[in-house]
Design a protein around this ligand. Structure first.
Ligand code: FES
Length: 106
């Protein structure tokens, strides 16, 4: 299990435990971090938007589908270079000390 430092949209700080093979979105959603993940990871809602504040250097780049969804929500919310869809993010031993902020949603 990895421990993820999370800042919610209202500025609250949480520690979330996450494990490999399960999308980070599920831990954020189930950990009351304010992530909804409405589409269940199908890349069609954008409600799992996060900013990676630290510790994401080893993550693979955005897939085409993830980029397309981020492009779609960029008309409504601030998408940054550090934006990711947490349904596409998996943590493991290569992502220690990850810090994320729950992003705005359209
Ligand atoms: S859960 Fe819908 S895009 Fe990630």
């Amino acid at each position: 299990m990895a421990s993820i430092s999370v800042t919610t949209r209202d500025g609250a700080k949480l520690q979330i435990k996450a494990s490999p093979a399960i999308p980070l979105m599920e831990f954020l959603r189930d950990g009351s971090a304010g992530v909804e993940g409405i589409c269940g990871g199908e890349l069609s809602c954008g409600t799992c938007h996060i900013y990676i504040d630290a510790g994401g250097e080893s993550l693979p780049p955005r897939s085409e589908g993830e980029q397309a969804m981020l492009d779609a929500i960029a008309d409504f919310v601030e998408v940054r270079p550090t934006s990711r869809l947490s349904c596409q993010v998996f943590v493991d031993e290569s992502t220690p000390d990850m810090q994320v902020t729950v992003g705005p949603v359209a």
